[in-house]
Ligand binder design. Structure first.
Ligand SMILES: NC(=O)c1ccc[n+]([C@@H]2O[C@H](COP(=O)([O-])OP(=O)(O)OC[C@H]3O[C@@H](n4cnc5c(N)ncnc54)[C@H](OP(=O)(O)O)[C@@H]3O)[C@@H](O)[C@H]2O)c1
Length: 243
């Protein structure tokens, strides 16, 4: 099986939901972890659990709507880990359900763009040039398959902006050794997805790991974790290569 031994992965929003599943999956493949959340205390238990698997784990914190905190979080990550080889831009906020979509306040758009788009771009701007200099990197930006839900338009268009961000960088990354792709985890029973979601958070594995493990030079692809639910990781990788 593919190994991520000696790689360092940064997972934003690692404390719960998709982020904690992905972090555990990466640690099981041997990757060292930088776990991010808003408070160091939120990732303490997960850090201890993953360290017991024999990988190195450090924790960083930062409110992603605050540019200075994003920069301080990245400083702390690079200081402790030395480098980031694999980046999961996973943290995001859901905006409130607006019964009358025509009344969606500007604040919903502002907040969702600050956390879901601008911080994601800022983290990429800092870390991807370092990956390019080392000629190896994997960036997985969490998106959503959400559509036709105008009551959640502020969240939905922030994810559309993430899709556009990733796709526009495809020519720049070609042949570089750095791959940047999109991952839709599916509708899951997390704090963000809510209790009515059809899928358990564990169903993101093994699919969520596929874009970190593929070595085909491809960027800009939209991966759906649920396409791989119930498969083993080798089966998932084989399916991803067949397309
Ligand atoms: N769940 C779904 O159904 C679903 C569907 C499609 C896409 N997605 C995407 O999958 C990703 C993960 O979602 P999830 O369901 O796992 O979310 P979640 O359970 O709500 O977890 C959110 C994570 O992000 C962190 N976070 C939240 N707001 C933050 C902020 N302002 N600044 C910094 N960190 C913040 C939280 O850290 P704290 O511990 O500090 O709060 C937590 O670790 C998101 O990008 C989401 O859009 C989810």
């Amino acid at each position: 099986m593919k190994s991520l031994k000696d790689r360092w992965s940064l997972v934003t929003g690692a404390s719960r939901g998709v982020g904690s599943q992905v972090s555990e999956g990466l640690a099981q493949l041997g990757s060292n972890l930088v776990l991010h959340s808003r408070e160091l205390a939120h990732t303490q238990a997960l850090a201890a659990k993953l360290a017991a698997l024999g990988v190195r784990v450090v924790t960083v914190s930062g409110e992603l709507s605050d540019e200075a905190q994003v920069d301080a979080m990245l400083d702390a990550a690079l200081r402790q880990a030395g480098r980031v080889d694999i980046l999961y831009n996973n943290a995001a906020i859901m905006t409130p359900w607006r019964e009358n979509p025509w009344d969606t306040p500007a604040e919903d758009f502002r907040k969702s763009f600050e956390v879901n788009v601008i911080s994601l771009a800022r983290i990429c701007h800092r870390l991807v040039p370092l990956m390019l200099a080392r000629k190896w990197g994997r960036v997985i930006n969490l998106t959503s398959g959400i559509m036709n839900q105008p009551n959640l338009t502020a969240y939905a268009i922030s994810k559309a902006a993430v899709d556009k961000f990733v796709r526009d960088f495809v020519p720049l990354l070609a042949g570089s050794g750095v791959q940047m792709n999109l991952l839709d985890p599916g509708w899951l029973r997390t704090d963000l997805g809510g209790p009515k979601a059809p899928n358990d958070p564990t169903s993101v594995l093994p699919g969520a790991l596929v874009p970190a493990l593929l070595d085909n030079g491809e960027s800009g692809r939209f991966f759906r974790a649920q396409d791989y639910a119930g498969l083993t990781l080798p089966q998932a990788l084989e399916k991803a290569l067949l397309k």
